[in-house]
Design a protein around this ligand. Structure first.
Ligand code: UPG
Length: 598
């Protein structure tokens, strides 16, 4: 750096570090001292931030990058020496006694949990312009993902408090990891909706920072093409959540408050909370330090496979192998067909839906050693086979599910397999890409995500004894989906299967063209025959019995063109909208006992 001595002391340190790490090119084009000083200051402010937000600092980032880039250049396989095999875990079947027992254990434990939502991603594959958590999970009620998550946590909090100590409730902490791409919009969404009923102090936002981009195999940091005093940055991945939680100090606060579990989840899975109580029950019962929620996985489906990896030196671990790596790993280890379905019609490797339950004590112990650093990887796009230069700058990345990679062999790492229809329906793909998904594999689109909610709720009611008419097949935006009755309920209405069964009695039936939205806690269905639309709103303390034959024109699903920009984007990406022709809607705002029987 020219005239180094003219810089303030902290900047001298950073400049020295950079030049020692082979980064002098960052300063080569700088103007003379006295010229563009503000930009130089801004440059060092950015460097200081990049340095402090990475465990071990920038020097460590550059060092790791060199190692990973060298491995990538020589084509070193990160799984070298490891043989994959199918691990054993807890396999649950919705609604049986085992499941019900785990659900009860899970609800009891829920008050000792903290929830962490990773929502720093923009969802490029979906091509939606807003933040994903603001998308309606379903359009019958228009409830967005974030609202449904918050209401689920509050419902768990209440149920857990009731089960264990009467009415007194412990507040379940809720953390959202955001990024520069999502932070402001997430905060706005919360603030303009009064935090969806949660106390603002119960919610903490932690913003992840991007990491420096790399121009070449020597890990020379890339300058922003539009600003020579700025280092180009890109997202580092959802693995950042661990270092952020660690440095926030929250983990120790939670530990001191007697919490035992941290539950991680992702931005757009409308079914997730149906799987949480039972999986938490599994964690508590089996004393798992790490419990990944998994579902049956179709071969080549874009979800990671939970795999046991055994090294020739004896090491062994149960870990997610990402979807783009499972096939090559299998081929390289004596499975010439790679990632294929077995006789069950599914891949033998359970699919990682990336909802992790970690036991807090061992988690803190591990992070105290690692500082929250997660094993990283690099994925450069080379210009040619010589692998000497990149098409565009690259950066290190990390994934939250790689957390177990540094754990000692004594750690209890398990997983819980749930029925896919119950637990997993993310919204990741745009209509065009979804329509191209191989037949039989899930679309993971806004269309399939919404339909999956109706399907799961219908199947749950069916299991609870309601006669549900069979679904019909319909095609929206080139995707063939099963359309079940559009049944939705507030999380507090039916948090567990036992709770749902308690609210249904007699002989109930719901026709395929029906819609039912239960927006209240104490709504009981008794000898109800529904053929149309029924909406019930009720406050806590209003006990409503619904029965008899309800029939009206109902709410119809109409196809829409996903390319029609006159329609709001959040609807358009579904390929259908709801035409609300006629409904029976009742609202109960006073406590008491009521009967609705037309
Ligand atoms: N995310 C962040 N920060 C980032 C990148 C992503 O918070 O820098 C969030 C994102 O908002 C989302 C989650 O992380 O909530 C996952 O991102 P997404 O792009 O949906 O992940 P995928 O690449 O589809 O894969 C993840 C796991 C994979 C798993 C799959 C299940 O890596 O193992 O099977 O999710 O949905």
């Amino acid at each position: 750096v020219k005239n180094l001595h003219l810089l303030p002391a902290d900047q001298i340190e950073l400049a020295k570090m950079l030049s020692e790490m082979g980064q002098s090119h960052l300063f080569q084009h700088w103007a003379e001292p006295g010229v563009e000083d503000d930009q130089k200051k801004a440059f060092f402010a950015q460097v200081a931030k990049l340095n402090s937000s990475y465990p071990g600092g920038l020097a460590s980032y550059i060092q790791t990058a060199r190692e990973l880039l060298a491995d990538s250049k020589t084509g070193k396989n990160p799984y070298d020496g490891f043989t994959p095999s199918v691990p054993t875990g807890e396999i649950l079947s919705f609604g049986d006694d085992n499941f019900i027992n785990f659900e009860e254990a899970g609800v009891k434990e829920a008050q000792n949990a903290a929830f962490v939502l990773v929502a720093g991603g923009l969802g490029e594959r979906l091509g939606y312009n807003g933040i994903k958590v603001a998308l309606p999970a379903e359009t019958t009620t228009g409830t967005c993902f974030l609202q449904s998550y918050i209401e689920s946590i509050l419902a768990l909090q209440e149920a857990s408090g009731m089960l264990t100590r009467g009415t007194c409730q412990k507040e379940i902490p809720f953390v959202i990891m955001t990024s520069d791409d999502t932070h402001t919009r997430t905060l706005d969404l919360l603030e303009s909706n009064s935090y969806f009923g949660m106390k603002p102090a119960q919610v903490k936002l932690l913003k992840q920072e991007k990491v420096a981009c790399l121009d070449d195999n020597d890990a020379r940091l890339a300058l922003d093409p539009h600003n020579k005093y700025k280092i180009q940055t890109k997202p580092h991945g959802h693995g950042d959540v661990h270092s952020l939680l660690y440095s926030s100090g929250l983990l120790n606060l939670w530990h001191d408050a007697g919490l035992r579990w941290v539950i991680f989840f992702q931005d757009t899975n409308g079914l997730l909370f149906k799987a949480i109580p039972a999986s938490l029950g599994v964690s508590a019962t089996k004393q798992y330090h790490v419990n990944s929620i998994a579902v049956q996985r179709k071969a080549k489906e874009a979800i990671g496979g939970i795999t046991r990896l055994t090294h020739s030196d004896g090491r062994s671990m149960v870990i997610n192998v990402e979807y783009n790596q499972l096939d090559p790993l299998l081929r390289a280890t004596g499975h010439p067909d790679g990632d294929v379905n077995c006789e069950t019609g599914y891949s033998p490797f359970p699919g990682n839906i990336n909802q992790l339950i970690l036991e807090l004590g061992p988690y803190i112990e591990e992070l105290t050693k690692t500082g929250g650093a997660i094993k990283e990887f690099v994925n450069p796009k080379y210009k040619d086979a010589s692998k000497t230069s990149f098409k565009s700058s690259t950066r290190l990345e990390c994934m939250m599910q790689d957390y177990p990679k540094t754990l000692p062999p004594s750690a209890r790492v398990g997983f819980t397999v749930m029925d896919t229809w119950l637990a997993y329906a993310p919204v990741k793909n745009n209509s065009e890409d979804a329509a191209k998904v191989p037949k039989g594999n899930p679309y993971h689109s806004a269309t399939s995500g919404e339909m999956a909610i109706y399907r799961a709720n219908s199947l749950i009611l069916k299991k609870a004894g309601v006669q549900m008419e069979d679904p019909v097949q319909q095609v929206f935006s080139g995707q063939e989906v099963e359309v079940w009755p559009r049944v939705t309920w507030k999380p507090k209405w039916g948090l567990t299967f036992a709770e749902i069964k308690r609210k249904i009695s007699g002989s109930c039936s719901i026709s395929q063209r029906s819609t039912m939205a239960l927006k209240g806690h104490d709504i009981f269905l008794e000898d109800l025959s529904l053929d149309g639309a029924l909406i019930i709103n009720s406050i806590d303390g209003a006990e409503v019995k619904v029965g008899g034959s309800i029939q009206n024109k109902g709410w119809l699903l109409e196809s829409i063109d996903y390319k029609d920009i006159a329609i709001p984007e959040e609807l358009r990406i579904r390929g259908f909208q709801i035409n609300k022709l006629e409904q029976l809607e009742e609202t109960y705002v006073e406590p008491g006992k009521f009967t609705l029987k037309p």
